[in-house]
Design a protein around this ligand. Structure first.
Ligand code: ADP
Ligand code: ZN
Ligand code: MG
Length: 493
């Protein structure tokens, strides 16, 4: 079990409160092109190791990279989605370093002329909205995957070059983030936007969304930032938050005991619940960046950029606002209903099929999303289609069945895929409005509960609910609630 961040240094809250954390995130998003960024090898995940390789992505001498236009297009989409200015001219550079996962001996990345700069994302945290600046988005090729674990011989490492050459967009935030929770909210928002634009599947477990956190602390009120530490190996949202929490307290602990923070890279170790040093930070010139001689500068014409913009889907913020104004959804409901594009589309289909917005929102949240979640299904694969849910809702609203029965019917629809009308007819679930039947049930309940009748007559109004519940139960939830109320009022007076 990981230690909590507070065990880190056991610093008193008033000591922690003296400092302000400063955080900037560097996020790598794998672009879901079919082929790699500089060759035609497949980018499919999970294929046999080293089966999707060629002389180009293996860095053999004499080969030349050819830029994948789809990767640039997706980079532009991603840039527009995070409100960046896309530059007409950008260019690739070589970032030189030596490691077995990099057969060329350099990564092809953008350096002094990135694809896009100057964007922002708005995050929401504890009800407050805040803009986080985005410095830049640039394209680069991914490294291969070094495999250190799971081999019989413990002293061996293997390299799978399938991933090498997969297109990445690196998105660098400004140091505008102030708390671990804001970092979490930023990454959540960024992931949602990348999913909306369909540039990436953002699967953290498969490595298509990766995040490094830069963390520093300064005394509150200080103008200058503190020295930053880069934390890597944050392969889940939870680890991101925990690692930042830990790192903030570690740095404050060092400063409070008279020490200094050195610029370095640290790794989050989930088992130990702490960050551990990896290397002191290389200076940029260590990479000996220079313009990539084998590729032309990237040209994104205004016409192409605008064509890409015109084809952008509605973004989550806009959809949320529209759900509030168009369907009367609460801001909370709108956020839930727009969490994914598919969810928003489902909701609008239910409404288009005739359900009022409020009921559609309620039924989706209370019944549909819960059951999808319990059964591990995506909304795209829902056994209840939007029109089928709309039909159920209309039966409840028209009083053909009670809301309680409606929930049972929904469960059966979800199980069997059958239509609401069919289930109600087959199982005789139609609403009982016949006061004769309700009255009989009510008389029986009253007879069996003389104590509660006495309490009610003595002025305990709360007992009335008990009687309603009992009659509802006796009629298997099929009785009209208003009719139960009326009958009970009459019989108990
Ligand atoms: P480097 O040259 O080390 O890569 P950059 O200036 O490019 O540093 O910044 C990298 C990331 O670190 C960005 O996300 C940026 O917001 C963040 N960052 C920069 N300075 C600080 C700081 N003092 N504290 C926390 N994060 C910082
Ligand atoms: Zn290849
Ligand atoms: Mg940098």
């Amino acid at each position: 079990m990981a230690k909590s961040a507070s065990e880190n240094s056991a610093l008193a809250p008033e000591i922690l409160a003296k400092y302000e954390p400063v955080i900037g995130l560097e996020v790598h998003v794998q672009l879901q092109t079919r082929t790699k960024i500089f060759c035609s090898c497949s980018t499919r995940f999970g294929d046999a190791p080293n089966s999707n390789v060629c002389p180009v992505c293996l860095g053999l001498p004499g080969t030349l990279p050819v830029l994948n236009k789809r990767a640039v297009e997706m980079g532009v989409r991603a840039s527009l989605a995070i409100n960046c200015a896309v530059h007409e001219h950008s260019r690739f550079a070589r970032k030189n370093y030596f490691y077995p996962d990099l057969p060329k001996g350099y990564q092809i990345s953008m350096y002094d002329q990135p694809l896009a700069t100057g964007g922002w994302l708005e995050i929401e945290h504890e009800g407050a909205r805040k803009r986080i600046g985005i410095t830049r988005l640039h394209l680069e090729d991914d490294a291969a995957k070094a495999l250190h674990e799971g081999f019989s011989a413990a002293d061996k490492s293997y390299v799978d070059y399938n991933r090498g050459g997969t297109p990445l967009a690196e998105i660098v935030s400004e140091p505008d983030i102030r708390t671990p929770a804001e970092a979490y909210a930023y990454l959540t928002t960024l992931k949602q936007v990348m999913l909306y634009t369909e540039v990436s599947d953002c699967n953290m477990e498969e490595g298509s969304l990766r995040c490094d956190a830069n963390v520093s602390v300064r005394l509150r009120g200080a103008e200058q930032f503190g020295v930053k530490v880069e934390v890597k190996n944050l392969n889940s949202f939870r680890y991101l938050q925990k690692a930042i929490e830990y790192e903030i307290e570690r740095q404050i602990g060092v400063l409070e005991s008279g020490g200094k923070i050195f610029q370095e890279t640290r790794l989050w170790n989930q088992n130990e619940g702490r960050t551990i040093p990896m290397r002191s930070k290389e200076k940029a010139h260590d990479y000996r960046y220079f313009p990539e001689p084998d590729l032309l500068p990237v040209h994104v014409s205004a016409a192409w950029r605008e064509a890409i913009r015109a084809a952008m889907p509605e973004m989550p913020d806009a959809k949320r606002a529209r759900f509030v104004s168009q369907y009367g959804a609460t801001p909370y409901d709108a956020a839930v209903l727009t969490e994914t594009r598919a969810r928003g589309a489902y909701f609008e289909s239910v409404v288009q099929a005739g359900a009022p917005g409020k009921s559609a929102a309620n039924w989706m949240q209370t019944e549909l999303l819960r059951r999808l979640n319990d059964s591990g299904k995506e909304i795209e694969a829902s056994p209840v289609a939007p029109a089928a849910l709309a039909e159920l809702i209309s039966m409840v609203e028209a009083g053909q069945i009670t809301a309680a029965v409606g929930k049972k019917v929904f469960a059966a629809m979800f199980e069997t895929g059958r239509a609401a009308k069919e289930i109600v007819a087959a199982e005789g679930l139609g609403q009982i409005s016949d006061t004769g039947a309700i009255e009989q049930a009510a008389r029986e309940v009253i007879e069996k509960n003389p104590d509660n009748v006495a309490k009610y007559k003595a002025g305990n109004e709360g007992v009335f609910k008990f009687f309603v519940g009992q009659v509802m139960r006796a009629t298997k939830g099929q009785a009209n609630p208003q009719a139960i109320n009326d009958v009970l009022k009459k019989l108990l007076s």
